[in-house]
Design a protein around this ligand. Structure first.
Ligand code: SF4
Length: 284
């Protein structure tokens, strides 16, 4: 039996079931009312997942990456509340443009609001005009294997993950980002267990994360995860510095130059060779 048809994401949440019209309070209607704290929205994003995407930037992040170019997303009590219904309505207004894309939730840290993102993704999958592809862009900072159940509903509804591996060096991770590396690693293990397609992203910062040893370490880490579908090495740029000035925060990487994109490409090859070696080792 097909489930009830949800006609609208409007506040009336009208549903039609066996010819009877009801105003629902559960299922997709329940999700429509869920609110999250959002920093900003981008209606035509092209860098956070496949195709053209509706991108939701969540407010709040527990990490403090020295190279973060969104320090205005850090504080949890800023931003504004947005409901799932409101976001889906905005998506539907431009649906034809997202034919090969979908919705991406990034941040800040979207996994700091797992209930909200789970509701948004569930509603996206159940959208009356057709299933919407969902992508989660995360550092994994709030994930812990001991509390994996908290994230279960969210991961059940996630089609693609963009997972940041900040560095393969655990000591550097703490000084570079302010939190231990284990959160991202435990999330990576969970995504592999669930076989959720995952694209790994690693920012290459001159003098910090640009050694061959460092990126080979990243390659070895992802060599353990069979669900990895890609690796992006993102060259560090200095465009975020101006935001720190505006917020009156001192910029931790003052004086560090932008990374040469060509060198980042070479380092990606190093990482991929290390990944292949690790996979060969595992298959022995
Ligand atoms: S995890 Fe992302 S949003 Fe949070 S501090 Fe790091 S780069 Fe910034």
């Amino acid at each position: 039996m097909p489930g009830p048809l949800c006609l609208s994401w409007c506040e009336h949440q009208v549903r039609v079931e066996g010819g009877t019209v009801t105003v629902g309070t559960e299922g997709c209607a329940r999700d429509a009312n869920v609110v999250g704290r959002v920093h900003s929205l981008e209606t035509f994003g092209t860098v956070d997942g496949p195709g053209t995407r509706f991108v939701v930037f969540c407010q709040g992040c527990p990490m403090r990456c020295q190279y973060c170019h969104n320090p205005d997303t850090w504080e949890f009590d800023k931003g504004e509340e947005r409901s799932v219904a409101e976001l889906l309505e905005m998506f539907e207004r431009n649906r034809p443009f997202y034919r090969r894309g979908g919705i991406t939730v990034t941040g800040g840290e979207p996994m700091a609001q797992p209930g909200f993102v789970a509701a948004l993704f569930r509603a996206a999958h159940a959208a009356p005009a057709g299933r919407i592809h969902t992508c989660l862009d995360t550092s994994g900072a709030t994930f812990s294997a001991n509390h994996a159940a908290r994230f279960s509903e969210l991961l059940d509804e996630t089609d693609l993950v963009l997972l940041d591996i900040k560095t393969s060096d655990p000591a550097l991770h703490e000084s570079l980002c302010g939190l231990p590396a284990r959160h991202a690693l435990e999330l990576g293990d969970e995504l592999a267990r669930r076989r959720i397609p995952t694209l790994i992203r690693h920012v290459v910062v001159p003098g910090l994360t640009d050694s061959e040893e460092e990126v080979a370490g990243v390659g070895r880490i992802i060599g353990d995860w069979d669900n990895v579908v890609g690796l992006d090495l993102l060259p560090y740029h200095t465009m975020g510095a101006v935001k720190y000035e505006r917020l009156g925060i001192s910029y931790p990487l003052e004086g560090v130059s932008a990374m040469e994109p060509a060198r980042a490409k070479e380092l990606r090859e190093v990482a991929l060779r290390a990944r292949a070696a690790r996979r060969a080792e595992r298959s022995r």
